[in-house]
Design a protein around this ligand. Structure first.
Ligand code: HBI
Ligand code: FE
Length: 288
């Protein structure tokens, strides 16, 4: 989840931060998960997987298949072996949200922090803090795609610089819209394209996946870096605006342009979540 923690961590966090090392990592004790935890994972996995053939991006579906993680809360070490083969990334277990600076350091070193606890059965439909289902099911499949993985590493490197100049907000927006709530246009044939989802906040939420890919309420705007860096967002509601990539390489190309735009984006007038930006290009759900 990309809720900005620029002002430090939220007060009431669920994870066991006392057990974490200075870099906020801790051992993932597989023996600590109960049968109920594994059942919760399987329930969430089955519910989201049912929507993937129709609404999931190809890169996400291929990455998820290679992770082979439907049987229960996945073992991060086992998943890291497959991830390393695919893109050189690995997973580290953390108690939950970690400070921005530490988060960026892990990403710059191609380590993705994954929360080690899972939600209770009562929280199947909504959870405030990211749990292992959001972090692993939502984020890790796309990290198996080389272009997206390269973007995430570049994002980590930019984070350290953004913190230094007080420009975390624009960078958090980029993460929010393109890592948590990103959509991508995929060709069904040369003539027809359709919109599919890959963003972790979408992929790990049943309601958001349907909203993002089938509802005619939200606006779907063609990805534009300068627009995203100035766009505000709601952290606790279905998104009114999504941005659509033509491909993941466009995201990596955009990352290279971010440093030059950070100061201006930090000082620019933000665009409200339901607002319109000059030059917005709407992307229809189905293009023939
Ligand atoms: N910590 N574990 C964890 N996972 C995140 O996604 C995360 C974080 N800390 C900060 C953060 N995300 C956002 O503020 C990023 O935009 C930096
Ligand atoms: Fe997330």
């Amino acid at each position: 989840m990309g809720t900005s923690t620029a002002e430090g961590l939220p007060k009431t966090l669920r994870g066991n931060y006392a057990a974490a090392r200075p870099d906020y990592t801790l051992p993932q004790e597989m023996a600590d998960y109960t049968e109920a935890d594994h059942a919760t994972w399987r329930t969430l996995f089955a519910r989201q997987s049912a929507l993937l053939p129709r609404h999931g991006a190809r890169a996400f579906r291929k990455g998820l298949a290679r992770l082979d993680c439907g049987g229960g809360v996945p073992d991060f070490e086992r998943a890291s072996r497959r991830l390393r083969e695919a893109t050189g990334w690995s997973l580290v277990a953390v108690p939950g949200l970690i400070p921005d600076g530490v988060f960026f350091e892990h990403l710059a070193a191609r380590r993705f922090p994954v929360t080690n606890w899972i939600r209770t059965p009562e929280e199947l439909d909504y959870i405030v803090e990211p749990d292992v289902f959001h972090d692993f099911f939502g984020h890790v499949p796309a990290l198996m795609h080389p272009d997206f993985a390269r973007f995430m590493e570049a994002y980590g490197r930019m984070g350290e610089r953004a913190l230094a100049i007080g420009a975390l907000r624009p960078l958090a927006r980029l993460y929010w819209f393109m890592v948590e709530f990103g959509l991508v246009r995929e060709g069904r044939s040369t003539a027809a394209t359709e919109i599919r989802a890959y963003g972790a906040g979408i992929m790990s939420s049943h309601a958001e996946l349907l909203h993002a890919t089938t509802s005619d309420k939200p606006r779907r705007i063609r990805f534009d870096l300068w627009r995203v860096l100035r766009s505000e967002y709601f952290i606790d509601d279905l998104q009114p605006t999504y941005f659509v990539l033509d491909d993941y390489a466009a995201l990596f190309a955009a990352a290279e342009r971010v440093p030059a735009l950070l100061d201006a984006a930090r000082d620019a007038e933000p665009i409200l979540p339901s607002g319109a930006g000059a030059g917005d290009v709407e992307v229809p759900l189905h293009e023939h």
